[in-house]
Design a protein around this ligand. Structure first.
Ligand SMILES: [Zn+2]
Ligand SMILES: [Zn+2]
Length: 237
């Protein structure tokens, strides 16, 4: 074996590493070509057991009392993470800091959570009102959905549903007012007859917004609506 054939692959690997090398987004230690270092990745909060319908944590994978008592319009929900540090920081960095590079990372984590055969025909991001979209410049849910569609091969349509009303931010309202605030906020012109739809969003809190959106999609004919969210708030938050 010549010297060059022994050393070239090593050089190639080193160049690749140098090109891709970055610091961990959270702790700034070296993380190679990954967004987070291994230590930070291990600490990411997720729930081992959750309600299959609303993704509320700690139900031993049984449907929770709230879903049994008042079944939501969506059929299932899956969350990659619990909404706690440092996932909250990462989501805020995407949403308010414009760190769009986080979108494919979130999509990758969601895909790992969902698995290879999710039984879904169409991915739809939760729409932002055009005024909010103009203000922010992008819809974080659409950015994640786009990356997820590319990675999974499942078709995405970001235009089939609209946010017709610019509602007050749900986070500014007490829980009991959230369902009324969001009522009739969406419209969906296209027929969804028989389609299984996955709705992508960043954070699921009470589920009131996603529930109203699922109601709209079912009215347009969707056979099944699932929520795929990056993070679910832990109970009592
Ligand atoms: Zn780190
Ligand atoms: Zn539930």
């Amino acid at each position: 074996m010549s010297i060059s054939s022994r050393t070239l692959p090593g050089i190639g690997a080193r160049i690749r590493q140098a090109l891709l090398a970055q610091d961990c987004f959270l702790c700034q230690s070296a993380s190679g070509d990954r967004l987070l270092c291994e230590a930070c990745e291990r600490e990411l909060p997720s729930s081992a057991s959750a309600c299959p319908r609303c993704a509320a944590a700690g139900t031993g994978n049984e449907e929770c009392g709230a879903c049994l008592a008042d079944p939501p319009h969506y059929d299932a929900s899956r969350a990659a993470f619990s909404y706690a540090y440092p996932v909250d920081v990462l989501i805020q960095a995407l949403k308010y800091g414009g760190q769009l590079a986080l979108a494919p990372w979130f999509a990758h984590k969601l895909q790992q959570r969902i698995g290879p055969a999710p039984g879904v025909d169409l991915i739809v991001p939760l729409p932002l009102h055009p005024a909010r979209l103009a203000e922010r410049g992008f819809n974080q849910a659409a950015e994640i959905a786009k990356a997820l569609s590319r990675a999974s091969g499942i078709r995405m349509d970001a235009h089939m549903a609209q946010r017709a009303r610019n509602t007050a931010p749900q986070t500014d309202l007490p829980w009991r007012e959230r369902a009324a605030n969001i009522r009739n906020a969406f419209s969906c012109g296209h027929g969804l007859a028989g389609l299984r739809v996955a709705v992508v969003d960043d954070v699921m809190t009470t589920g009131a917004t996603l529930n109203e959106f699922a109601r709209t999609l079912k009215k347009a004919g969707a056979a099944k609506v699932e929520n795929w969210v990056v993070a679910r708030t832990p109970p009592g938050v």
